[in-house]
Design a protein. Structure first.
Length: 224
């Protein structure tokens, strides 16, 4: 019985998402038509309304066709430019996380982070033969940047990031006992995380010009 209930809920959720996308598409289409209206104030209002819908409508904006009026071409171009700028600004900032939980399963915390940030997080411990325990954690973050927040949660759960992921996601694996904790070892800038993972210094005993210093950096970014 519970399986049937789950399937019904899942189906309704998919239908709701599809309806939302269809509504947005129809709204954009209506506003684009209004860009060619006979009243200037209506055209201006439609242009503002398109911009207020945000960068998510960029794929829905029409491409200029031979029969497209100059007015619509010009206004759609302005809308597209404004939304692209907004998207660029948004992507250059760190995602923010708000979490106030106590004695909550790690899996539930990671799901909440995914929903808030759009960053996929995959627990790949089983693939590497690691324990897949789902510990209970407490967290108190208020609009905290993504990477330092995730680092602290991973430290609490004895996890780290698998650096060779090719799935467009953050893959979590067990942190080995000899590996340092992540938080406090990195620098953060917007959606990026920088950590020095190796420093090698050599000194030329015959010729000081042969002395070298090499620093190996690991650079990570939010997969969104």
């Amino acid at each position: 019985m519970w399986q049937w209930i789950f399937l019904v809920v899942a189906a309704l959720s998919l239908q709701s998402n599809a309806a939302t996308r269809d509504d947005l598409k129809a709204n954009v289409k209506t506003l684009v038509r209004q860009l060619d209206g006979s009243i200037l104030s209506d055209r201006d209002q439609a242009e503002r309304a398109l911009i207020e819908l945000g960068p998510k409508i960029l794929p829905l904006l029409p491409k200029a066709a031979p029969r497209t009026s100059a007015e619509v071409k010009q206004r759609v171009a302005r809308v597209r430019q404004s939304l692209q700028k907004a998207a660029a600004i948004s992507n250059s900032k760190a995602s923010l996380i708000t979490l106030q939980v106590k004695n909550t399963r790690l899996s539930k915390i990671l799901t909440s982070i995914e929903k808030q940030t759009g960053n996929r997080i995959i627990d790949t411990r089983q693939i590497f033969g690691h324990s897949t325990a789902d510990p209970r954690l407490s967290a108190n973050f208020d609009k905290s940047p993504f990477w330092p927040t995730l680092d602290q949660i991973m430290d609490e759960a004895n996890l780290t990031v698998y650096p060779f992921s090719n799935q467009g996601a953050i893959e979590l694996v067990k942190r080995h006992d000899e590996t340092y904790e992540r938080y406090g070892k990195a620098s953060y800038s917007g959606p990026f995380r920088f950590e020095a993972v190796r420093v090698t210094a050599t000194r030329g005993l015959r010729n000081s010009a042969n002395s070298t210093l090499q620093v190996v950096l690991e650079v990570a970014w939010e997969p969104r």
